[in-house]
Design a protein around this ligand. Sequence first.
Ligand code: UDX
Length: 458
Amino acid sequence: MRESEKLKVVIVGTGYVGLTTGMALAYLGHRVICVDRDSKIVEKLKAGIPTIYEPGLKELLEEVGSAVAFESDLVPVLNGSDVAIIAVGTPSKDNGDTDLSFVEAVAREIGRTLDPEKSPVIVNKSTVPIGTARRVETVIREELERREIQGRISVASNPEFLREGAALHDTFYPDRIVVGTEDIGALNLLRQMYAPILEQTFTPPPAVPRPEGFSLPALVSTSPTSAELIKYTANAFLAMKISFINEFATIAEKVGADITEVAKGIGLDKRIGPGFLKAGAGWGGSCFPKDVRSILFTGRQYNCELALVQAALEVNRLQRKKVIEKLQGLLKVIRGSTVGILGLAFKPNTDDIRESPAIDVIAELLDMGARVKIYDPVAMERYHQSYPDQQVVYCATAEETARDSDALVLLTDWDQFSHLPWEEMAASMGSRVLVDGRNLLDGEKMRALGFAYSGIGR
Ligand code: UDX
């Protein structure tokens, strides 16, 4: 990247979105400053220790070195930067509404600090309800007025579409980049910031190789409101797609079809597409559940019933119950049984357990009087931090989880689970019940090992 093309980018918030965006932009040649008010996080990152589990992140942290700085104070670094990205958390409130207090706090701080002469373009990257770009602008203006300062500010909405566990991959190789702004200057600046990604002119980092045949991503330029709605629409649609296949998994079981064959059969139709048609224990994570509830809340505010989205949420709730029902069907009595849980993370390659099916299944099994053994390759510590009082047996390996258990329930499709010594594990169990909540295993093979095996929709 030529010196003149390099931008100074300040990113507020070093969660999944902020940190991966920061690392990628630094790798591409921009000067990046990641700000987090949590000084412990900042110290760790300064020492090159990743604060989240994300493939390739550690390597990239080493590789970008001094191209990225970590600070706990936004004030000294804001003015004079070209772009300031807000990537702080937007948790769910109990009523499904989005808690914007962190976003507003950053906007206020920006307003209290900003010198409009040296103002960066302000970018909303956090997933935020409709109107938040305007709200951020209003809050900044309010603070400027308080300081009796006038001037132009520009706020753009630039939602992210990155998947946990593939966050860097999705940042370097996106399907599209959406920029919502009415300000052509802001659009051009963001186009410049993303140019290496839009044109794929960079040498791929060894830890994040470019997929074969990757075609250039589109830059989708929209109004801020459309950009905000694009994010919710995409996530609601994907969640609905999974719930849809899960609903059909139930009918597939009843009629004796195999949902994986059905998914393949419909996914080859280009209008439908093959992605997000894997039946299983349902969707979780930090995005789908929160975003689905948030858009339902917005729908209610606008007196607009989003019946399909509501149904997707309900199907997802029932899907976790199905796992328990299957266990009841095979094991008969849950009380007093020992059940081993394989997988706590809401999906593989992450230690994130937020809204993971495993959380609900474990709680329900404990409620029903089962003894519950748990294992996950990376999420054990997270689970212990979040549920320190839960009376479960922590296991160091999958084999240990199986030993003396009456049933195993696989809830995360970690690749390593498909290569376990299943024969030995079967031999070490009390009774051989296996509920495969991710359709990861070969049912025939498992049955041959003596397991009473049940997948989802097969
Ligand atoms: C999602 C979106 O994909 C991403 O674009 C957005 O920015 C954030 O939310 P993420 O939550 O990281 O990303 O995970 P994703 O890979 O989308 O999976 C979400 C959940 O759906 C997981 O629990 C996963 O196990 C489940 N899932 C996914 C299925 O059950 N079946 C599928 O076919 C795909």
